[in-house]
Design a protein around this ligand. Structure first.
Ligand code: PAF
Length: 298
């Protein structure tokens, strides 16, 4: 099969990492930038293990007339819908859309709003952060899982896409992978954000450890009700492992708050609480964190 032409919407750290990976593995790759960007190409720079790799990638904006057949979305969760509606007229019928975005609830809405799109989901543990615009540090190799509920075998485009990174697998149970990430994020992200601490502090401080415990118990109850018993059973050790493995990191939500940016809380804890409500479960600790993050002083 001829390799598809990928368009990447969201040129943050993960977007740049995948855009460069796709380009280097032989897929034609274009960045979709916001209206008003006038350059026709941009250098994407990835630093890794002291090596610097720079590739010039073509750029389009919503005002262009390109046809998009394969779209990778790596924006912040709250930007997905406005970003997609801005380029909706460029998306071909049956355009493949791969959402590699934090949080849940976005794929359902995309499918409802744009039934002609072929929507897939992914989650990644690749570690990357932005040094400046389109210049990123690839801090740690991770694994990317891609799939669509109910689809056991990968579509033809997946083989080429998977070459963008060292470890990318098709996951026929992607909903569990997404829920598992959501469950861990519901605990680490808001708690570090309101406490202003690095992830490792959640294990060092006895007061924060007690809060982790209480949140895990609520998230486990909701996970069980949503049919993810296995995730519920292993949640506490899974959270401890992520805290230990990312002890020196500032969570993405803490970084958003420190930079005065919008957070993804509505797509993380907000989504969890929506599912809790559907099952008649109260989750007061999660609700209180949601309110504190939503109502924080700017
Ligand atoms: O959002 C993040 O920062 C990460 O997903 C996690 C797991 C909380 C670790 O920092």
């Amino acid at each position: 099969m001829q390799k598809p032409h990928w368009h990447v919407l969201g040129a943050g750290a993960i977007g740049c990492l995948f855009a460069q990976g796709l380009h280097r593995s032989g897929s034609t790759t274009t960045l979709v930038m916001r209206r008003g960007v006038t350059v026709r190409s941009l250098p994407v720079v990835v630093e890794h293990d002291g090596q610097r790799c720079e590739q010039h990638l073509p750029v389009i904006t919503p005002d262009d007339t390109a046809e998009i057949s394969h779209l990778l979305i790596t924006t912040k969760a709250y930007d997905v819908h406005s970003a997609v509606s801005g380029i909706a007229k460029l998306l071909s019928d049956n355009c493949v859309v791969l959402l590699l975005v934090n949080g849940l609830g976005l794929a359902e809405k995309l499918r409802a709003d744009y039934p002609h799109l072929d929507v897939f989901c992914g989650t990644t543990t690749e570690g990357a952060y932005q040094l400046s615009a389109q210049h990123i540090q690839h801090a740690g190799r991770g694994e990317t899982r891609v799939g669509r509920a109910g689809q056991d075998t990968p579509p033809a485009w997946f083989e080429g896409f998977a070459r963008a990174t060292d470890a990318c697998v098709w996951d026929s149970d992607i909903d569990s992978a997404l829920w598992s990430k959501l469950a861990v994020n519901c605990i680490i992200n808001p708690l570090t954000a309101v406490s202003g601490c690095r992830n490792g502090e959640l294990a060092r401080s006895s007061e924060l450890s007690a809060q982790v415990e209480a949140l895990c118990s609520e998230v486990a109850d909701i996970s069980r009700a949503a049919g993810f018993d296995n995730i519920a059973e292993k949640l506490r050790p899974a959270v401890s492992a992520v805290i230990a493995g990312t002890a020196d990191n500032r969570s993405s939500m803490l970084q958003d708050i420190e930079r005065g940016r919008q957070t993804e809380i509505d797509y993380i804890t907000g989504y969890l609480l929506k599912i809790a409500e559907q099952h008649g479960i109260q989750a007061p600790k999660n609700r209180s964190l949601l309110e504190r993050i939503r109502n924080r002083a700017p």
